[in-house]
Design a protein around this ligand. Structure first.
Ligand SMILES: [Zn+2]
Length: 114
C-alpha cells in the first residue's frame, strides 16, 4: 500500500520518462513499476473549516476597450474579476473597485475612457 495525500482522488499514470507516478491533485510521486490504483491508499488532507460565504453576486463592468469584465463579489468583500490585470496581479482591479463603489447594481454603465 502506498499512501498518497491530496485533495483529489488519486490517479496512477506513466510519465513521459517512463516512470510510474501517482498523484492526488498535488505534485506526483514516483511509485514502483506495476503499481495500480488498487495499491494506492488515498489520504485526504484535513481541511480547515472555512466559514460559508453567502452566494456571490456577479456584475458586468464595461471596460475601456468595449470589453465587458465579469466581477464576482462576495458579501465579505472578497471579489474576483476576469480581466488580465486581476488574473496577473491578484489584486483588486479597477473593475472590482467600481463594483464596490457602485454597490449591488447588476449593470454598471461607465463611458469614461482612459
Ligand atoms: Zn478587472
Amino acid at each position: 500500500m502506498i499512501a498518497i495525500t491530496g485533495p483529489y482522488p488519486p490517479a496512477v499514470f506513466r510519465a513521459v520518462n517512463g516512470k510510474v507516478m501517482a498523484a492526488a491533485g498535488r505534485q506526483p510521486v514516483e511509485v514502483p513499476a506495476g503499481t495500480s490504483l488498487a495499491d494506492i491508499r488515498w489520504k485526504k488532507p484535513h481541511r480547515a473549516v472555512v466559514p460559508k460565504k453567502s452566494a456571490p453576486t456577479t456584475h458586468l463592468v464595461p471596460g475601456s476597450s468595449g470589453d465587458r469584465y465579469e466581477v464576482v463579489l462576495w458579501s465579505d468583500g472578497t471579489a474576483r474579476c476576469n480581466c488580465w490585470g486581476y488574473r496577473r496581479w491578484r489584486k483588486p482591479c479597477k473593475h472590482i473597485k467600481m463594483v464596490k463603489v457602485v454597490g449591488q447594481q447588476q449593470e454598471i454603465t461607465n463611458d469614461s475612457r482612459e
